[in-house]
Design a protein around this ligand. Structure first.
Ligand SMILES: [Zn+2]
Length: 456
């Protein structure tokens, strides 16, 4: 494994050299988590101020912007270091919700990712990425930061066979980026009101047949045309049962750079109204008629059934992981594993025993195959190892339960953060994340997980 090196951070994967991994719960060997980068001192470098969010970064002497950059995205600069040309791109986010994994997915199809790892940058979630554009052969180092549910990117295109001094300069440019947190001042009442109206209309577009009420609580904005008592019960379930559980498990991953942005729930008065909403969002009819809720980014649409229904724990976890943590990557196994793990715990399902029964009763796909699939529904098509959707969810949840139970919480969280920013379907990058955070290879993880389940 070749870690990304910068002047100020050094991340070294730890390989297990003995049978008992020292990072597992039995041992207490401390491993430093990736730390924030500090601004490097380059007194003669020029500070480039960006109007957005009072951010700035540093460029070596002689770097100039490309001419005529009005309204351009990215904003581009170029210059030379050690006689070699470097090109710097600063991307503003496009409109709407996005995450680091989604911005990397755009690059996934024509780039080879050599390394992706997460770093906290000024309290925000950020990723450092090393990639090669397969069409042009150009190498890039980049920094992607998740702020206010959008992604900002600073990228450096390196010359061919870059000299170490050039690589150092590129790392220094990325490390110099400063993004200041948004002021914590409250917005004027009319802006807040306009935002809520826009939010409500996302789930209940006009003309609305029934009056839609707004329910505000610390972590949620619920828009509902269901009866008040039922809506309040759901609010209670989300705030009192789900959120404490999510904060206990994932709280340290919340970005500290911004205040908590409420999650948005659309509660429909009956199943028909919910199914129509799902169809309107392009969800296929068989699926829309089967499910009781679905989450996308910070949004969750459901209908009034039981306020304690397991679906709220499952979809509510998706919603929190995507919308509050910005970690919607890693692949279906990871996302469904996290959501099903929280849901099964709520239902008090013996995950480990069920996984053992499943693993003993049939030949299942390898962990690598599970990671490579982009849809857990498709595993039933596997010729030799068909797996129903429910079985695929169970396997995924048991893997998460295993990592959670077996490794210290800080390592579980660091692993979650590193996998959650990946574009998905990338076993090699997940292998790197295993090495970096759990001290074992993917293959070793699979063996230990199967053993934990009680199978060879
Ligand atoms: Zn799910």
């Amino acid at each position: 494994m070749l870690p990304l090196l910068s002047l100020t951070i050094l991340l070294v994967g730890i390989r297990a050299v003995q049978a008992q991994n020292p990072l597992e719960r039995e041992g207490l060997q401390k491993k430093p988590l990736p730390q924030e980068t500090q601004e490097t001192s380059h007194p003669n470098w020029k500070k480039i101020h960006l109007q957005q969010r009072f951010s700035h970064f540093l460029l070596p002497p002689g770097f100039i912007p490309y001419p005529d950059q009005r309204n351009q995205n990215p904003k581009r600069y170029h210059g030379r270091v050690g006689g070699k040309q470097l090109t710097i791109d600063w991307y503003r986010p496009s409109r709407g919700f996005s995450t680091i994994s989604r911005s990397l997915l755009r690059l996934h199809y024509n780039n080879h990712f050599q390394e992706i790892h997460s770093i906290p940058k000024f309290g925000f979630l950020a990723a450092k990425v090393k990639r090669v554009d397969q069409e042009t052969g150009s190498k890039y180092l980049s920094l992607h930061i998740w702020i206010d549910r959008q992604v900002w990117t600073l990228s450096v295109r390196l010359p061919g066979n870059p000299h170490p001094a050039v690589i150092d300069a590129a790392h220094s440019i990325l490390s110099s980026l400063q993004m200041l947190p948004k002021g914590s001042g409250t917005r004027a009442g009319n802006i807040e009101e306009a935002l809520r109206l826009r939010e409500m209309q996302l789930g209940f577009p006009p003309p609305q047949d029934h009056k839609v009420e707004t329910y505000i609580s610390p972590h949620y904005h619920i828009y509902s045309d269901a009866p008040k008592s039922g809506t309040l019960s759901l609010q209670q379930t989300l705030e009192k049962d789900l959120i404490p559980c999510l904060l206990e498990e994932f709280g340290p991953l919340l970005t500290k750079g911004t205040r908590f942005s409420p999650l948005v729930v659309f509660l429909h008065r009956n199943r028909g109204a919910f199914v129509l909403d799902a169809l309107d969002r392009g969800i296929a009819r068989p699926w829309a008629e089967k499910v009781d809720g679905f989450a996308w980014g910070p949004h969750y649409s459901t209908w009034f059934d039981s306020p304690k229904a397991p679906v709220h724990f499952h979809e509510g976890t998706h919603q929190f992981v995507q919308g509050s943590l910005g970690l919607d990557g890693g692949g279906a196994w990871f996302q469904e594993g996290l959501a099903d793990w929280i849901e099964m715990r709520q239902r008090k399902v013996p995950i480990r025993r069920l996984a053992r029964n499943l693993l003993r009763s049939k030949k299942t796909p390898s962990l690598r195959e599970l990671i490579e699939t982009t849809s857990l529904q498709e595993l039933k098509e596997n010729e030799e190892t068909p797996l129903s959707t429910e079985e695929a969810y169970l396997l995924s949840a048991s893997l998460i339960a295993f990592i959670h139970e077996r490794f210290r919480q800080d390592l579980f969280l660091a692993f979650t953060r590193d996998v959650g920013i990946l574009p998905g379907g990338t076993p090699l990058l997940i292998d790197q994340a295993c090495n970096r955070n759990l001290g074992i290879t993917l293959k070793e993880l699979e063996m230990k997980w199967r053993k934990w389940c009680g199978v060879k």
